[in-house]
Design a protein. Structure first.
Length: 388
């Protein structure tokens, strides 16, 4: 196996390889392109392919916004990094970004790692220094899996070693992390660290050893981590006492302050939209509809708007440059803009698309429990009068 051939389970997220992580940290996303007129865009000499590629890249990489959740996590992570720098081996503590799916956990985790590494200016005398490592826990973790993922990130020969006990292998990886002066270990999808199975317990033990021995700080992210995974189950006490949590919240539009932040979030996104016919404040005008579709979850919002931009561009181009058969599927000439009809035709994700049904069931259960409690009270009162 050569260094470029990585098992599928570890390459679903390219950040788990150092060269791609460093690209993320040090490469600046190009500014959005200047808008051109429809006439210019459709003219024969205009390089639409390059222009559209630039726009797609812009619409898929929205600027990370400073939310309350991000600010709280950054402050708590700074505290952890500082205290762990001076703590004894047994006193190392970790931090986890928790919350429902698409609440922005991975964005917050990787954004903190990016900031931390950018603050560590490259040292010409320490070319092999690796300040931050990012790994993703696979759906079926095992004892050697996490140390092996770390070795792969570092492009270390240990990534291809199959022999030796798990303990020996873990210690070898720890030595390599110290040699590379690793300060921050980011572990995403930590929900998969399920300590109720034998492989899960082995993986959890590996995590605890890494927390205590590698000399830096471990930061986790995982959906509903407080109810599943490493912070629950029979073996959870070994980690829950060492891991603090910060919850990533959806935007709340039920309060004046929350609604202001929600509209500000949409406005900031809208500033980077590069559609030929998009009108300012379109998203703000549809803020209730967008919240109903996404429940105010940041990653659901950006995903929906990204897909809407892409579809608007595709439809406009197909109508004006495609075949007669392609044009026939349109009842009217499409425009490059985001409309409610366009958003309605785009699925968000299973979690948010099924949110109304979950909320309906939760409300029905709440009412049922209230009725049952009322009946218990009535029965208790009747029994009390009978006894008297």
């Amino acid at each position: 196996m050569n260094n470029d051939e990585e098992p599928v389970e570890w390459t679903s997220n390219p950040f788990t390889l150092r060269r791609y992580w460093d690209d993320y940290v040090y490469t600046t996303v190009p500014d959005p392109p200047e808008l051109v007129t429809s006439r210019t865009y459709l003219s024969a000499g205009f390089d639409r392919a390059t222009y559209d590629d630039h726009r797609h890249r812009c619409h898929a990489n929205w600027a990370v916004q400073e939310t309350d959740s991000l600010t709280a996590f950054f402050k708590a992570a700074d505290d952890r990094v500082r205290s762990n720098r001076y703590a004894k081996r047994q006193s190392k503590r970790a931090l986890a970004a928790i919350g429902v799916p698409t609440s922005g956990k991975t964005t917050i985790l990787t954004s903190y790692g990016k900031r931390h590494q950018q603050r560590r200016k490259p040292d010409p005398d320490q070319n092999e220094r690796i300040p931050v490592i990012y790994v993703v826990v696979p759906s079926e973790p095992y004892g050697r899996g996490l140390p092996m993922a770390i070795a792969r990130f570092m492009n270390h020969p240990l990534a291809h070693v199959k022999s030796g006990t798990n303990t020996w292998y873990r210690n070898q990886v720890l030595d390599a992390m110290r040699d590379f002066s690793v300060e921050l270990l980011l572990i995403d999808e930590a929900t998969n660290l399920w300590p109720s199975t034998t492989p899960g317990i082995a993986a959890t033990k590996a995590v605890r050893t890494l927390m205590e021995d590698f000399g830096g700080t471990v930061l986790f992210a995982g959906a509903n981590l407080e109810n599943t995974g490493m912070l629950s189950g029979d073996y959870s006490d070994t980690l829950s006492g060492r891991v603090a949590t910060e919850t990533c919240h959806a935007y709340d539009r039920t309060t004046p302050n929350g609604q202001s932040e929600w509209k500000g979030f949409l406005t900031n996104i809208e500033e980077d939209i590069r559609l030929l016919h998009h009108k300012p404040e379109t998203l703000a005008a549809m803020e209730k509809y967008i919240w109903d579709r996404t429940r105010g979850l940041p990653a659901s919002v950006t995903g929906l708007i990204t897909d809407a931009c892409g579809r608007a561009m595709d439809d406009y181009l197909a109508y004006h440059t495609g075949s007669d058969a392609e044009r026939e599927r349109f009842t009217k000439a499409p425009r490059e803009e985001i409309t409610k009809d366009l958003l309605a035709a785009i699925p968000v994700n299973h979690y948010t698309d099924t949110a109304p049904e979950r909320e309906k069931r939760a409300e029905a259960k709440k009412q049922k429990d209230a009725r049952a409690e009322k009946q218990r009270g009535i029965r208790a009162a009747v029994k009390g009068r009978a006894a008297a």
